[in-house]
Design a protein around this ligand. Structure first.
Ligand SMILES: [Zn+2]
Length: 384
């Protein structure tokens, strides 16, 4: 066995890469000590020390340590095991050098391992930074129809109206007969009404609430009736088979058409803006006499009845070319309806009105499609 020391080149050249600062203050004196001993191991130690002190991570450190000081195949370990083969003089010099090298490398390995572990801990601890802002939770909001309903109820509350709720599954008498619908009225047809077993139906308007309220309470009455209604409609851009209405009812002595008109105008302006164009035209509803319809200029085509989309122009799909959209129906409560609930039409009169929430939302926001309200498409709903 030879006493020829291992050289720098017995270790990979890339072990030299790294910061010599991490070798510590003693490094230079250790090299000097090895050189002064005349062992010839200084070059080997230099690279070995750098390799451990600058190991990039724990895996590299372990691999380098094993290569140097591993119990089975470590090259320093191997040399130490063969010291006995050397002459006494060689054994003294080489043995001293190897033992120093083993002690110092073991020290360096321990220091480097500690540093790498601390860095790892610091990195994983920094994964939770208490100074960073939190992730904002996704917060929903009221459906556009819910918002409009709240706004309308607020408005009517300010005018002295209270909310009255009535069933969605209604008796035929309340939906039709007591509201003065003649027995052969087409609304009673299965084409227009969803009938339920036992002669019940899904209410086609919120007006049955008037009858229930008037049967229960005595005038003066100022009530609003919000709710969902159903009609067996052909679904298109402006018709759905379920939608939302709010009816209003005011019954007292000396209530006149002028009171109705004043209320409707105030309502239209507060909902659609002071500039909104309206018109009141006569129309027939069985439960009012006279009956009227409040129209507003169509918000989609601005009253022209036509739309231009890119190069193509055509009939406005919402007002069907009319230029006007029906906002609500209204009128003076029919004497037959007052009699049906036991009121005396000679003593009290009343006005009533009813509107679709979808229609108001469409006029307000320029929404072209009534179906959008029920499709639950967030891209639509998030806009309101
Ligand atoms: Zn239009």
């Amino acid at each position: 066995m030879t006493a020829t020391p291992l050289a720098k080149d017995d270790l990979p050249a890339d072990w030299d890469q790294g910061d010599p600062e991490t070798l510590g203050a003693e490094h230079a004196s250790r090299l000097a000590e090895l050189e002064a001993g005349g062992s010839g191991w200084a070059g080997f130690y230099e690279r070995a020390a750098r390799g451990l002190a600058a190991a990039p991570d724990l895996a590299a450190l372990k691999e380098r340590h094993t290569r140097l000081l591993g119990r089975e195949r470590g090259i320093v370990t191997g040399r130490l095991a063969t010291l006995g083969d050397l002459t006494a003089a060689e054994r003294k010099t080489t043995g001293r050098a190897l033992n120093l090298i083993k002690r110092w490398l073991t020290e360096l390995e321990g220091e480097r391992r500690g540093a790498l572990e601390r860095a790892l801990e610091a990195r994983s601890a920094s994964g939770f930074d208490v100074t960073l802002p939190g992730r904002r939770p996704w917060i929903g909001h009221r459906h556009v129809l819910g918002q409009i309903q709240d706004e309308l109820l607020d408005l009517f509350h300010g005018l002295g109206y209270s909310v009255y709720s009535s069933p969605e599954v209604e008796e035929e008498a309340y939906n039709f007969a007591k509201l003065n619908f003649p027995p052969d009225h087409p609304a009673r047809d299965a084409h227009d009404t969803y009938w339920v077993e036992g002669g019940h139906l899904l209410r086609t308007h919120t007006s049955p609430g008037w009858v229930r309220a008037m049967e229960e309470l005595r005038p003066p009455l100022k009530l609003v009736f919000p709710g969902r209604v159903y009609r067996a409609e052909q679904v298109d851009a402006s018709h759905m088979d379920q939608f939302h209405q709010i009816d209003g009812l005011c019954v007292d002595r000396d209530v006149s058409m002028a009171d109705l008109k004043g209320t409707l105008n105030m309502f239209a302006r507060s909902i659609l803006g002071r500039e909104v164009k309206t018109r009141l035209i006569p129309i027939y509803f069985p439960f009012v006499e006279p009956g009227a319809q409040l129209d507003v200029a169509c918000a989609i085509c601005d009253g022209t009845g036509r739309i231009t989309e890119g190069a193509t122009a055509g009939r406005c799909p919402v007002c069907k070319g009319a230029g006007w959209s029906e906002l609500l129906g209204a009128g003076m409560v029919h004497p037959h309806v007052l009699r049906a609930v036991g009121y005396d039409p000679e003593q009290v009169t009343g006005f009533a009105f009813g509107m679709g929430l979808e229609r108001i939302a469409m006029a307000r926001h320029g929404i072209p499609e009534i179906r959008l309200f029920l499709e639950n498409d967030l891209r639509f709903l998030e806009q309101f």
